[in-house]
Write a protein that binds this ligand. Structure first.
Ligand code: GDP
Ligand code: IMO
Ligand code: MG
Length: 424
């Protein structure tokens, strides 16, 4: 068996949570491989809406295992809140959820460090979600981090205190106020006790044994390819590898075990936080997309910046991830547009290019767009798609050389048109 991977092609919020939930019946195990509570994955079914930050999006399905992989960074306080929501829904989480012993812990002081670092950057700030993601990955690569497995060691509290003290010195050096730390620590320690109710596992063995037993596994990405630490619009990126390669390091699976790669993208683009966004529409069209698409962050509530589909960026993401099947979401948000624009090339320093330049923020960068007819009608997952939408789909398929296997037409589980999941 192989591990299929689902990940975002843009700047996050492409609808990963919804689609993982839709695909879960085809799998036995759903595994998150990177990121942390900076993610907000929304699921809607039976008139209810759920937002998951750390827990994989297969959790609502009976008989499926959900693994938080070693590549994920975990804030026990957020995780406890998520689990409490599951308890309210009578989801038997102890039977469906596993945590990797090698996943790193986000400390309260990591969150303070995130805020201190952003404050120090001033107008150049990243626009981080301030969940402590960057500082936690820094401690991971700096070989100072605390991991889930450490919770079970006798000197956990001492290890915690030593790292916290190091952080306090750093925060003081940044001249950032440390307020309410004691209460945060108390809450954190009680959340640590609580999450012990979830089995901690050697997840690399779990995943590889599951593969041997013929189990079907879906790896769920967080963020999007343009927020990747190596290939995103650095420094306006997150702190992990969001691309397909991250599924190998974030779960302990070998590259030759990767099967299908689902690349999910919106029929237009959004971005939350700072950084380059060539097709951004800072005008009434952008506002229309934001209003109809309810484009406000699932984690921070911030308004998302909106713009047209960027084929240069989409093709880059298809290339980096080896995408075998594309999934287009939020097509319904364009239902009332007479015309749709698509960026098919950039002009940088007077030259036309279809490659992402080294500096995505290059001040000379201009977009070249083509205009396509809109479909101007309501869409339903049970009816044939209008020709104008089929033309839009065919254009994207031809440009990316990749089939669009699913078209999502609304936030609910049922508002999903599966075109062809077999062909790749
Ligand atoms: P994720 O981070 O990739 O899981 O995406 P988010 O949950 O942050 O943002 C996607 C938003 O769009 C959520 O509010 C979803 O409920 C919603 N959504 C997902 N698919 C569709 C769709 O096809 N149409 C519409 N209108 N909304 C969608
Ligand atoms: P999901 O999984 C959209 C953005 C932040 C900021 C940058 C760095 O829901 O798609 P960080 O907190 O990681 O230091 O922030 O990355 N960002 C996201 N944007 N969706 C996300 O996750 C994001 N996770 C981080 O807004 O610009
Ligand atoms: Mg999101």
């Amino acid at each position: 068996m192989q591990v299929d991977v689902l990940l975002g092609m843009q700047w996050g919020d492409e609808g990963k949570g919804k689609i993982v939930d839709v695909l879960t019946p085809k799998y036995d195990v759903i595994a998150r491989f990177q990121g942390g509570p900076n993610a907000g994955h929304t699921l809607e079914f039976d008139g209810q809406k759920f937002v998951l930050h750390t827990i994989p999006s297969g959790i609502f399905h009976e008989g499926k295992m959900n693994l938080i992989g070693n590549g994920v960074v975990i804030d026990p306080v957020t995780l406890r809140k998520e689990i409490n929501n599951l308890i309210n829904q009578k989801v038997p989480y102890t039977e469906r959820l596993l945590i990797s012993k090698k996943a790193h812990l986000i400390l309260p002081t990591h969150r303070l460090l995130d805020a201190a670092s952003e404050a120090a950057k001033g107008k150049d700030k990243i626009g981080s979600t301030l969940k402590g993601i960057g500082p936690t990955y820094m401690d991971k690569t700096g070989r100072n981090g605390l991991r889930i497995g450490d919770i079970e060691t006798s000197d956990f509290k001492e290890k915690y205190a030593s790292l916290r003290d190091k952080h306090i010195q750093m925060i003081e050096r940044l001249d950032f106020p440390i307020e309410g730390l004691e209460a945060m620590e108390e809450e954190w320690m009680s959340a640590i006790e609580f999450i012990k109710t979830v089995p901690f596992v050697n997840s690399e063995y779990y995943i590889n044994n599951a593969l041997k037993e013929g189990k079907r596994i879906l790896a769920e990405g967080a963020q999007g390819s343009l927020l990747d630490i190596d290939f995103g619009s650095y420094p306006f990126v997150t702190s992990s590898n969001t691309i397909c390669a991250g599924a190998c390091t974030g779960l302990g699976i070998a590259p030759n075990k990767i099967g299908d790669v689902y690349g999910i993208f919106k029929a237009y683009c959004t971005r939350v936080g700072s950084g380059p966004f060539p097709t951004e529409l800072d005008n009434e069209i952008g506002q229309k997309l934001r209003d109809i698409g309810h484009e406000y962050g699932a984690t921070t509530g911030r308004p998302r910046r909106c713009g047209w589909l960027d084929m240069v960026a989409l093709k880059y993401a298809v290339m980096l991830n080896g995408v075998t099947k594309l999934i287009m979401t939020k097509a319904d948000v364009l239902n009332t547009f007479n015309e749709i624009e698509v960026c098919d090339a950039y002009q940088v320093g007077g030259d036309t290019t279809t490659e992402l330049p080294y500096d995505h923020s290059d001040p000379t960068l201009k977009t070249k767009t083509i205009t396509m007819a809109g479909w101007n009608q309501e869409l339903s997952a049970t009816e044939t798609l209008p020709k104008t939408l089929e033309d839009y789909i065919s254009y994207i398929e031809a440009e990316t050389e990749c089939p669009i296997s699913i078209v999502s037409l609304g936030p609910d589980r049922t508002q999903t048109l599966v075109r062809d999941l077999q062909s790749a």
